[in-house]
Write a new protein. Structure first.
Length: 89
């Protein structure tokens, strides 16, 4: 499951807008807008949700679900790997 808040937070970590996420995931902008406007868990076509989650994964974002080990113990997002700051990779 993924929440609208997780989508917004993941976009913020990446510094992208809704249109860029739609392009990354191969879905329409209105689909992303509907997902982010929902409350609680995002509902929709499983294939579409999977595309969004996979787009975040490819971008290096880990979505943290309920009861998944995290430092704070709640839902959220985090980078899977530390990003290099100010240098080349």
């Amino acid at each position: 499951m993924i929440t609208a808040a997780q989508i917004r937070a993941a976009r913020a970590l990446l510094g992208i807008d809704q249109r860029q996420l739609a392009e990354m995931a191969g879905v329409s902008l209105p689909t992303i807008q509907r997902m982010e406007a929902s409350t609680g868990n995002v509902r929709g076509v499983v294939e579409t949700l999977t595309k969004v989650v996979e787009a975040f994964d490819r971008a290096g974002i880990e979505l943290i679900g309920e009861n998944v080990v995290s430092r704070e113990g709640g839902r959220g997002v985090r980078f899977k790997h530390a990003k290099a700051v100010g240098g080349s990779s």
